[in-house]
Design a protein around this ligand. Structure first.
Ligand SMILES: Nc1nc2c(c(=O)[nH]1)N[C@H]1C(S)=C(S)[C@@H](COP(=O)(O)O)O[C@H]1N2
Ligand SMILES: [Mo]
Length: 326
């Protein structure tokens, strides 16, 4: 991590996965079916899985420990290729292929993160100062990630609980607001009010949600630093929530006593709530959320309550009406 991007700092994302840039979406889906099969064969033991590597175009993160993983035989890792070419990142465009194609000019370093609001130890930190205190605990977390589609991704990340504790939230603080970077010069989608009709992407978590061991700040995937299109250099990942909760390219964390509005809630409050917990029993007003298509699969599969992490997170919502708090 100390040599982050040292070798290949100027590699552009479309050069990282040259084949993918030329694949259209249908071809990608067809080909990932085969790749998912081979990933499954290679995914035989946890020790082997820990060594899952990306293609080597970005800096490798050394010294990784095993973190959380609860994956079964039906949870083959989604190939790096698909994880990095089928994205949602409106700052780079609206199509799933846009983030990989349009994020080549984005500079994830140097980076600063500001921590403010109701906490005792806030401040502004450059990337290393922010992450270094947690680097001993940088781990591999193999999570299912779900939206209408789903993937299994070996993230690299640091525990959000550890980060929260470090900044000493005050007793009055109940939530954290996370803000993503907005750099119109490097993010073509932000130059167009239609494709990104917000000033910057915002998301929030309750502090006790942020303290759950499954909530991480992801710093990489497949053993390498994050590609721009996946939220470099650091992004939120709470795997029991729908994808949109996981803001990319985080530049600010604010401790607050007010439930933050998130970007999608601002745009369509009747469709997107604060919680966004994966819940097959509560449909989105315009579509069922009962099933999902795992990238690489042909048939859909049933979506699991809390994305299969019920044991770990259900306690956070005990007694709450999840139809109202969607
Ligand atoms: N800054 C920012 N973060 C974002 C988004 C975005 O448009 N901008 N899209 C969200 C949505 S809708 C999803 S599904 C996930 C996708 O993450 P992935 O591309 O790494 O799979 O990122 C989320 N984080
Ligand atoms: Mo999404």
């Amino acid at each position: 991590m100390l040599i982050r991007f040292a070798k290949k700092s100027d590699v552009r994302s479309h050069e990282i996965t040259p084949q993918s840039a030329f694949l259209n979406r249908r071809k990608l889906i067809a080909s990932t079916g085969m790749l998912a099969g081979s990933a499954l064969l290679g995914f035989s033991s946890p020790a082997k899985a820990a060594l899952q590597k990306g293609p080597g175009a970005l800096a490798a993160i050394p010294g990784l420990k095993e973190g959380y993983s609860k994956v079964g035989p039906k949870d083959a890792l989604t190939p790096y290729e698909a994880v990095t070419t089928y994205n949602n990142y409106y700052e780079f465009g609206m199509d799933k292929s846009d983030p990989a194609e349009n994020s080549g000019k984005f500079k994830p370093l140097p980076w600063t993160i500001t921590v403010d609001g109701m906490c005792n130890k806030g401040g502004t930190f450059d990337y290393d100062a922010f992450v270094k205190p947690h680097q001993q605990e940088e781990r591999v977390y193999r999570f299912r990630c779900v939206e209408a589609w789903s993937m299994v991704i070996p993230w690299v990340g640091i525990s959000l609980a550890d980060v929260v504790k470090r900044f000493e939230p005050q007793g009055s603080a109940k939530y954290i607001l996370f803000e993503s970077i907005a750099r119109p010069e490097e993010m073509p989608g932000l130059r167009n009010k239609f494709t990104a009709p917000w000033a910057w992407y915002q998301e929030g978590l309750r502090i006790d949600e942020a303290m759950n061991p499954l909530a991480i700040l992801a710093t990489g995937l497949y053993g390498e630093v994050l590609p721009n299109q996946n939220g470099a250099p650091i992004r939120l990942m709470a795997p029991w929530k729908y994808g949109f909760k996981n803001g990319k390219a985080i530049v600010k964390m604010t401790f607050t006593d007010k439930q933050p509005m998130n970007t999608w809630q601002k745009l369509a409050a009747n469709e997107y709530g604060f919680y966004a917990n994966v819940n097959p029993k509560v449909d989105h007003p315009r579509w069922s959320q009962a099933s999902e298509r795992r990238i690489g699969d042909f048939l859909k599969r049933e979506t699991l309550m809390f994305n299969g992490y019920e044991e770990e997170v259900a306690g956070l919502y005990a007694g709450m009406d999840l139809r109202k708090n969607f």
